[in-house]
Design a protein around this ligand. Structure first.
Ligand SMILES: [Zn+2]
Length: 177
């Protein structure tokens, strides 16, 4: 966890960024605002080095506006438990969960991701999120339903326990965002 020094106490905006959204952030966000910090999960550090918008990335690095963070265990637990509740857990990778958990650790942060499972868990945790291509309109709770006998399952089932037919993932809308 990164400790806040006095300089950090003036309103900083933290963008916690999913690797799929990096390019969009670089082209669409106004990064000349020096109080904007970009945070990536430590686990994605190597992936980030092959990143295309290298010149901008380098510039931000010299300004110390790029950070790699590891979430606290407490936040990982919280993110995981909500993801289980909404049934997004099977669609979330380790870095995905870390992105959500890091957002819980940093006040004033916004998650940037095009992944709808990340967005959904964020909405349940009241974490602001942004997306440049796909954005869910309502918070969702997923369930699985047999395509033949209509049996419903709260957790992931590829085939129906009752009749062995394939299931389909569906969701109920919880609240509008
Ligand atoms: Zn069935």
């Amino acid at each position: 966890m990164i400790s806040m020094n006095e300089e950090d106490s003036k309103e900083k905006k933290y963008f916690i960024i999913d690797s799929t959204a990096v390019i969009h952030v670089m082209s669409k966000e106004n990064l000349s605002d020096k109080s904007t910090m970009l945070i990536f999960p430590e686990i994605l550090k190597n992936e980030m080095q092959s990143f295309q918008a290298e010149t901008i990335f380098e510039a931000l690095k010299t300004d110390n506006r790029i950070m790699f963070a590891e979430p606290t265990t407490h936040s990982i637990k919280k993110a995981t438990s909500v993801a289980k509740k909404t049934n997004d857990i099977s669609s979330l990778s380790e870095p995905d969960l870390q992105i959500i958990a890091i957002a819980l650790d940093f006040p004033n942060s916004t998650v940037i991701s095009d992944d709808n499972a990340i967005q959904n868990v964020c909405s349940h945790l009241e974490i602001p999120f942004k997306s440049y291509s796909f954005r869910i309109k309502t918070a969702r709770e997923y369930f699985w339903k047999c395509t033949v006998c209509n049996q419903k399952y709260k957790s992931k089932q590829d085939t129906c326990i009752e009749c062995g037919s394939p299931t389909k993932r569906l969701f109920v809308k919880k609240s509008s965002l």
